[in-house]
Design a protein around this ligand. Structure first.
Ligand SMILES: Cc1cc2nc3c(=O)[nH]c(=O)nc-3n(C[C@H](O)[C@H](O)[C@H](O)COP(=O)(O)O)c2cc1C
Length: 159
């Protein structure tokens, strides 16, 4: 199973989480690569595959600057993404209230509109939470990989 981790980050927290997950991936039999959203548009989703978006929030519920290009291309070059399966690691700070993890939610909504399938639960990492975010993300990832693999098995059983 191959996984692409797409990073949307302002100060590097989301990038660090993505790198932690990429390092752990081989333990679960997954090959993984980390890519900055900055370098990509909707065409990153042209290839079949599995994605995890690691995305923080800036401004007032906005996607980070390095994610703007990819995010806007999901609108400007909108197309059917029914073949895409993705997980979501959502970084934010619950003290922002209604805009809590708004950046990741924006991606989730837009990808949903284009028929991409969210795999599993969203991993929400709250900056206010005292728990080590890497540990939370790794625990989420272990379950997430198992779930994604079970979907794969289901797909390959289909006639
Ligand atoms: C200027 C600024 C604005 C922010 N706005 C929000 C927000 O609207 N909602 C939210 O949940 N978190 C917000 N945050 C919190 C960040 O998303 C959080 O600290 C995250 O861990 C940053 O990750 P990053 O280093 O990958 O960008 C904001 C942080 C900053 C510095």
């Amino acid at each position: 199973m191959h996984l692409t981790l797409l990073v949307g980050s302002v100060h590097g927290n989301a990038r660090q989480i993505a790198q932690t997950l990429a390092l752990a991936a081989p333990d679960y039999g997954v090959s993984a690569q980390v890519m900055d959203m900055q370098d990509h548009s909707i065409s990153i989703f042209d290839t079949l595959g599995l994605f995890v978006l690691c995305c923080s929030t800036t401004g007032s519920g906005d996607v980070p600057d390095n994610a703007q290009g990819l995010y806007q291309s999901l609108d400007a070059q909108a197309r059917y993404l029914g073949h895409v399966r993705f997980g979501l690691v959502a970084l934010g700070d619950s003290s922002y209230g209604e805009t809590f993890y708004g950046g990741a939610k924006a991606f989730q909504n837009r990808l949903h509109d284009l028929s991409a399938q969210l795999v599993g639960e969203v991993c929400v990492l709250d900056a206010l939470d005292a728990t080590e975010p890497d540990a939370v993300a790794l625990a989420w990832f272990a379950n997430w990989v198992q779930y994604a693999r079970s979907l794969d098995a289901g797909l390959s059983r289909k006639p």
